[in-house]
Write a protein that binds this ligand. Structure first.
Ligand SMILES: [Zn+2]
Length: 314
């Protein structure tokens, strides 16, 4: 992998990335609807009732073209470390062993993030991640969750830059990558909503405004996907999800329904339309991403999630 610091200009990034074949042994090239691709957009700390109130035309458009649940579930502790671990590994805390925002003691070796798992299965998968909460991508808190085994990983410091700016910068990097590089599976993490939620509480207009600002970034990412020169030959599944909700005062970590209930979107031409029949769980995201990319989940991996929102999943 190549880890780029925030200061690296996009022109340098392009040079450093080694193109690999779009076709993979597992995913194939001759699908009826095109080469399967996944973009996962992670929005930290979104409460579903505020999402419903917010003006989010870009997320709404994804929902209209896929499966949506605002009753999906994560598990306690409802903090970011275990939440993102649940989502990206496809297993619950007893397996990945992350119970807080200190990632020391994790078992990501056994239960890696789905991008790393793809690389282990077939290194010709082109994998990408950009995060502005550094513990997800570097060793500052006993991580990283996303290993150095993926192709391209960017860590932007939200604390240093301020999260609104860091979110924009992360999306700038992702847009640049999607415009010019192979990308089979990509993860973009935006942290500002959670930071604002802690500062203002969940009922303040500033928190809703932060969700609306993130929706603008979602729109930029969707447009970047659709503007790819090879888009007509590709079958993109766009997943959007959050790691936990929050209490009225903005805090989270406990067992209230406001903290445990999350949303997820599974969108694209391969996605089922409407609400899922069963209540989805956060661990379904990684498994769904793998399924769309043609990976048959091996029971020996002991994943806890199941496929949601794709044909044959219900
Ligand atoms: Zn969080």
């Amino acid at each position: 992998m190549r880890l780029h610091d925030i200061g690296s200009p996009p022109s340098v990034l392009r040079v450093l990335v080694i193109p690999v074949s779009v076709c993979t042994v597992l995913a194939g090239c001759a699908g009826a609807t095109g080469q399967e691709k996944v973009l996962l957009i992670g929005l930290d700390g979104v409460r579903v009732d505020v999402l419903a109130s917010a003006r989010t035309p870009n997320i709404d458009a994804l929902i209209a073209d896929g499966t949506f649940s605002d009753q999906a579930q994560t598990r306690a502790p409802t903090v970011s470390g275990p939440g993102w671990s649940n989502m990206l590994t496809g297993v619950w805390s007893p397996k990945h062993r992350v119970m807080g925002n200190n990632f020391t003691g994790n078992d990501y070796a056994t239960y890696p993030d789905f991008l790393t798992r793809l690389e282990r299965i077939d290194s010709t998968f082109s994998t990408f991640a950009v995060v502005d909460w550094p513990p997800l991508g570097d060793t500052t808190s006993g991580g990283p969750l996303i290993s150095d085994g993926i192709d391209v990983k960017h860590v932007v410091s939200g604390d240093a830059l301020g999260y609104p700016h860091a979110d924009s910068q992360s999306v700038d990097i992702a847009v640049e990558h999607l415009a010019s590089e192979d990308a089979d599976a990509a993860f973009v993490y935006l942290g500002n909503i959670d930071v604002v939620g802690h500062a203002t509480g969940s009922l303040a207009p500033e928190y809703q405004a932060a969700i609306e600002a993130a929706d603008v970034q979602v729109g930029r990412l969707v447009e970047a996907v659709r503007s790819r020169a090879t888009y007509d030959q590709e079958d993109w599944l766009i997943l959007v999800c959050t790691d936990h909700g929050r209490q009225d005062d903005g805090g989270h970590g406990g067992l209230s329904s406001q903290e445990l209930t999350i949303f997820l979107v599974v969108s694209g031409s391969s996605a089922l339309k409407g609400a899922p029949q069963d209540t989805p769980n956060i661990v379904d995201i990684a498994v769904t991403a793998l399924a769309h990319l043609g990976v048959a989940v091996d029971p020996a991996w002991r994943l806890d999630g199941r496929v949601v929102g794709l044909a044959g999943s219900e």
